[in-house]
Design a protein around this ligand. Sequence first.
Ligand SMILES: Cc1cc2nc3c(=O)[nH]c(=O)nc-3n(C[C@H](O)[C@H](O)[C@H](O)COP(=O)(O)OP(=O)(O)OC[C@H]3O[C@@H](n4cnc5c(N)ncnc54)[C@H](O)[C@@H]3O)c2cc1C
Length: 255
Amino acid sequence: MSAVPSVDARVRLVQHTEHPDEVIATAARVCYAGDTERLFERRPGEARELVARLCAMGHHSPLEHASFTFYLEGVSRALTHQLVRHRVASYSQRSQRYISHDRFDYVVPPRLEGRTVRAGEDEVDAVEYFEETMALIAERYAALNDALGRSGERSNEDARYVLPNACETKIVVTMNARELLHFFGERLCQRAQWEIRRVADQMLERVRAVAPAAFQLAGPKCVQQGRCPEGERSCGREAEMRARYLEPHSGEDGQ
Ligand SMILES: Cc1cc2nc3c(=O)[nH]c(=O)nc-3n(C[C@H](O)[C@H](O)[C@H](O)COP(=O)(O)OP(=O)(O)OC[C@H]3O[C@@H](n4cnc5c(N)ncnc54)[C@H](O)[C@@H]3O)c2cc1C
């Protein structure tokens, strides 16, 4: 069987609203300002203070004016299935209909490392077993695509039914700052799966570099809400999470 390579997530912030903290602050000032003369003057320091105050008060609607577009690759279809459940966002994902997957990359769950699988009489390494399964799927996909006439979109769309959740994919996602805060709350939580947590961590790192005030209080929901709402299912690591996500951050155009 041919070897097919495993991959790791890569997150690129490809585009964002220019000066996001300032745009959010301008939107907020419209709500309160009697005098509109100075609304559009650039005042980065003041803007950050105002946005930090808005976030602390939970006045989140002005955050909707700043938007962020990411390119994710090296992620699994399992991850993107979780990601696209977030509805206040836009997505464009690599197609399994237009693109043949005779050879596909895949994501290996790290917890398989060091484990074994019982296969008949033998104990085999779990990662090797996983990789052999991927290679077998790739072979079967190709055979089924041949059987379907290898006609591009028409045969790809049916052959893909054997592709695994581990299959690597690429996706562009755009979210505004308010939805990102909600996304981070859910997906940085220790109850979320390791892969989407890793991606969410990378996304937060990227947006904090360009909008430090908007994302100053970002983190899992225990950090954002000041307490864990998960009850019995709480990981009990609120203090660790606060230390990890609320340490001071500086922006690329920081004051
Ligand atoms: C740890 C974890 C486990 C999960 N397990 C499962 C599972 O077993 N099965 C499953 O199906 N899903 C599961 N999910 C997905 C989850 O149910 C949500 O679909 C996902 O987290 C998207 O979040 P959301 O719906 O709050 O918000 P988003 O879609 O990101 O929207 C943000 C907010 O906008 C508002 N909003 C958006 N759309 C509407 C609407 N139509 N009507 C009213 N308000 C709206 C809501 O306030 C919402 O919170 C899980 C998620 C996590 C984090």
